[in-house]
Design a protein around this ligand. Sequence first.
Ligand SMILES: NC(=O)c1ccc[n+]([C@@H]2O[C@H](COP(=O)([O-])OP(=O)(O)OC[C@H]3O[C@@H](n4cnc5c(N)ncnc54)[C@H](OP(=O)(O)O)[C@@H]3O)[C@@H](O)[C@H]2O)c1
Length: 386
Amino acid sequence: MSQGIAILGSTGSIGRNALRVISGLGAGYHVVGLTAHSSVELLAEQTRRYRPQFVAVTDCDYAERFRELLDGWETEILVGPESLTALVESDAVDTVLTAVVGAAGLPSALAAARSGKRLAIANKEPLAIAGELLTRIARDHGSTLLPVDSEHSAVFQAMQSGRASEVRKILLTGSGGPFRGATRRDLEDVTVEEALDHPTWQMGPKITIDSATLMNKALEVIEARWLFDVSVDKIEVLIHPESIVHSLVEFVDGSVIAQLGEPDMCLPIQYALTYPRRVAGISKPLRLEEIGRLHFERPEPETFRALTLAYDVARMGGTSPVVFNAANETAVENFLAGQISFVQIMELVEHCLDKHDVRPTACLDDVLEADAWAREEVKGRLGQEV
Ligand SMILES: NC(=O)c1ccc[n+]([C@@H]2O[C@H](COP(=O)([O-])OP(=O)(O)OC[C@H]3O[C@@H](n4cnc5c(N)ncnc54)[C@H](OP(=O)(O)O)[C@@H]3O)[C@@H](O)[C@H]2O)c1
């Protein structure tokens, strides 16, 4: 039977790659739902090409334009932030690929888990901020969580070499971003263009800035803690500038199992869709002899504070990671808009964490409240309207 796939965030970097992967897979996989926030021209093109049953536009201001673009086309159009939740709950959807950016993806990820769907997770923020809630709901409703982040896909694959109780540590690799080797002083003058110039990966703007501050790796540490149900003390980060070894797992006998591949998101996207099967796909084969050498080094905690903070917030739990993430999202938006400097991003995150009274997160409302508090705190500190 053909697998019906909904791609939340189909106009983004992961979403576009996912559509290429699905085209390459051919029979056995079909697109049921596509969504965009505001890129309605691209969403209309994708709708004509992939003929989904549902399309959703989450920013209501773009709905009218989208309806005009699709005039006469027979597809159900959903509008507004809640449309993602309605879409994933449809019986026609077997697999949900969450590829929206930021905490905005949390309600639909929870809805997909609650409806027992297979959930391929690229959107790491929901797991980082509400990992306990999301993994519990998935477990209770028989939803399979499949990582799409290349590092977590690598760990997931390596984990198949032993039992969870036999894992000594998880080694998450990261390229180090465009400022690898920089000092804190060097970071004071970096421009938006320099921060967006990632050495190995082509990604959306928010994750690219997060890769430059190492916030991306910080969120991934917390994501791994929940996906693999391990203490953060068993997770280490290793800087690997070539982005070929996507992550490693060390077992108690000393064996270290790694997954390697070209830095191309199509492979982890495909594996999440075809798991437990492996099929020929569109990814370029790895030729290690052409790469020659691989390098590994420790990250620099003094320059890149995000990583140190990640371990603290993961240990603290509750609303702490929610504030960590929401403050960062708001600060990154401001950096991309030219309102603040690169180093101010982490200063604002630390400010919010210092000011926040950590509470437990028993339900979605607890998460949303802490998220809103942190966004307002950043805006207030910058003298912006809240
Ligand atoms: N890119 C990668 O290689 C990569 C690798 C690993 C993990 N990830 C994770 O995957 C997620 C997506 O990353 P990306 O690089 O693909 O981002 P992106 O290129 O910025 O795309 C984001 C997608 O989400 C939509 N969107 C934006 N704001 C939204 C909102 N408030 N509500 C609903 N949808 C919204 C966008 O629609 P519009 O186009 O209309 O704005 C777009 O479809 C992130 O969580 C990222 O950390 C990405």
